[in-house]
Design a protein around this ligand. Structure first.
Ligand SMILES: Cc1cc2nc3c(=O)[nH]c(=O)nc-3n(C[C@H](O)[C@H](O)[C@H](O)COP(=O)(O)OP(=O)(O)OC[C@H]3O[C@@H](n4cnc5c(N)ncnc54)[C@H](O)[C@@H]3O)c2cc1C
Length: 219
């Protein structure tokens, strides 16, 4: 039976896709939760007061919710979420946030930049708006962290900072330095704050107005 507390709903885990040793996509019941692509929800283990923010990974038309979670070994919530199995329950609240693709931005040239699990809102954008024109630059430490990259086809560009492989060897910001960014572009930055601060400055130096740079800081 659906159990709802103040702005929180208990949802059954339907599936867990383990993408790497430390990262998984957790799928759970949606119970009609309405969100706009790019927004985040609060998720925790059922009954546990500790909850954390996770961008929705699934599309707005899906009848389930998904989040992409990286396991932080000394963390209080992410590890427990990654260890869940089908049939277990999570508490979910939200949605929250303004990291969205509002019109007319949706039809502008779009550059999506992410580090690690910061790719999650772009997965939701692409799943929700199949006609979307965009370029996605994803920075990870290792090659195997190109989470479900095939979904984005040739729009996906992988910067790998440690080890071989990918489309570029180095950090996202190293690649951004080499990139021509038309001034009509709307750039979206999501992930860790060091990347976001540096990329923000680089994009401004390339002539992008502040209003065309959208950010979502994870940690
Ligand atoms: C708006 C928003 C959306 C977010 N969306 C996602 C998401 O889609 N997927 C996701 O995995 N996380 C996401 N996060 C981070 C998430 O909320 C938690 O901080 C993270 O899961 C760690 O929680 P924890 O309880 O396990 O660790 P805590 O006990 O809270 O410990 C936090 C420590 O983990 C580090 N940390 C936090 N996130 C990461 C990460 N992704 N990779 C490496 N180290 C990290 C921090 O530096 C901090 O030292 C988001 C954060 C915000 C603010």
């Amino acid at each position: 039976m659906l159990k709802t507390t103040k702005k929180r709903t208990t949802c059954k885990v339907l599936d867990i896709r383990r993408l790497t040793e430390s990262t998984a996509v957790l799928r759970f019941e949606r119970h009609g939760l309405d969100f706009e692509p790019g927004q985040y929800i609060r998720v925790g283990i059922e009954g546990d007061p500790e909850i954390r923010d996770y961008s929705v990974y699934s599309g707005s038309g899906d009848d389930y919710l998904e989040v992409l979670v990286r396991r932080v070994e000394d963390g209080l919530v992410s590890k427990q979420l990654c260890d869940l199995g089908p049939g277990e329950q999570v508490d979910v609240g939200g949605p929250y946030g303004h990291f969205k693709l509002v019109e007319p931005i949706r039809s502008a040239p779009l550059l999506f930049i992410a580090t690690g699990t910061g790719i999650s809102p772009y997965h939701s954008f692409a799943a929700s708006y199949p006609e979307l024109e965009y370029r996605l630059v994803h920075g990870t430490a290792r090659l195997e962290e190109a989470y479900e990259a095939a979904f984005y086809g040739d729009r996906y560009f992988h910067c790998v900072s440690r080890g071989e492989g990918g489309d570029f060897q180095g950090r996202v910001t190293d690649y951004l330095r080499t990139l021509d960014v038309p001034t009509a572009t709307n750039a979206f930055l999501c992930g860790n704050c060091d990347m976001i601060y540096e990329a923000f400055d680089l994009l401004q130096e390339k002539g992008l107005p502040t209003a065309q740079i959208h950010t979502e800081v994870y940690f």
